[in-house]
Design a protein around this ligand. Structure first.
Ligand code: AMP
Length: 205
């Protein structure tokens, strides 16, 4: 299954992506995670991406497309994959179309008012990449692996506002671009309910 998950920053794409990939045994291709890995390793790509990410801006299309093209050419993508955070612009979507066709585009829809609160209260595990909302945590360690949780550098209020503006201007038009391929689920529901709705969509394909 070749899938794409769309949604504003904080819509819960990453949380659902992990579940979907586990259930359908496909690789999770998150361009945000790939950039963060490059930043933590200090690669040239990471150095280039960091200035954009810290400002809440998009990394240039040709850089992002090149990274995804390389990733999709690996053998583990032969039987499918889930794209999370890519494409984010119409130019990236056109670039992707040249590489492969998608079976379904999932759109996780969350009320804009709750996105800012969700992201600024998000905590991430630097070790296993789990994401949590502070309201569900008893302490400051990862419930899955025990590592001390951190806040993403770009999850500050100022950067989040810039990311939401970028989403509305550049990424939201992808919903119209993919037209009837798009299946929208209500992302305001608890994560288990959102996953149930996603499973119902995927089982019906
Ligand atoms: P994410 O983890 O998906 O929220 O991505 C974090 C940041 O990485 C974004 O705010 C962008 O700066 C950058 N990024 C991730 N995916 C893309 C993409 N497809 N195109 C351009 N920049 C991206």
């Amino acid at each position: 299954m070749k899938l794409l998950i769309l949604g504003a920053p904080g819509a819960g794409k990453g949380t659902q992506a992990v579940r979907i990939c586990e259930r359908y045994a496909i690789p999770h291709i998150s361009t945000g995670d790939m950039f963060r890995e490059n930043i933590s390793k200090g690669t040239p790509l990471g150095k280039l991406a960091k200035s954009y990410i810290d400002a809440g801006k998009l990394v240039p299309d040709e850089v992002t497309l090149g990274m995804v093209k390389d990733r999709l050419s690996r053998p583990d993508c032969e039987n499918g994959f889930l794209l999370d955070g890519f494409p984010r612009t119409l130019a990236q979507a056109d670039g992707l179309k040249e590489l492969t066709a998608l079976d379904c585009v999932l759109n996780v829809d969350v009320d804009e008012a709750s996105l800012l609160s969700r992201i600024t209260r998000r905590r991430v595990c630097p070790k296993c990449a789990g994401t949590y909302h502070v309201s569900t945590l008893a302490g400051d360690t990862c419930p899955a692996c025990g590592e001390k949780l951190a806040q993403r550098a770009d999850d500050t209020e100022e950067t989040v506002k810039a990311r939401l503006d970028v989403y509305n201007a550049q990424t939201k038009p992808l919903i119209a671009y993919y037209g009837e391929q798009v299946k929208t689920v209500d992302g305001n529901l608890p994560p288990e309910k959102v996953f149930e709705a996603i499973q119902a969509v995927l089982e019906a394909l």
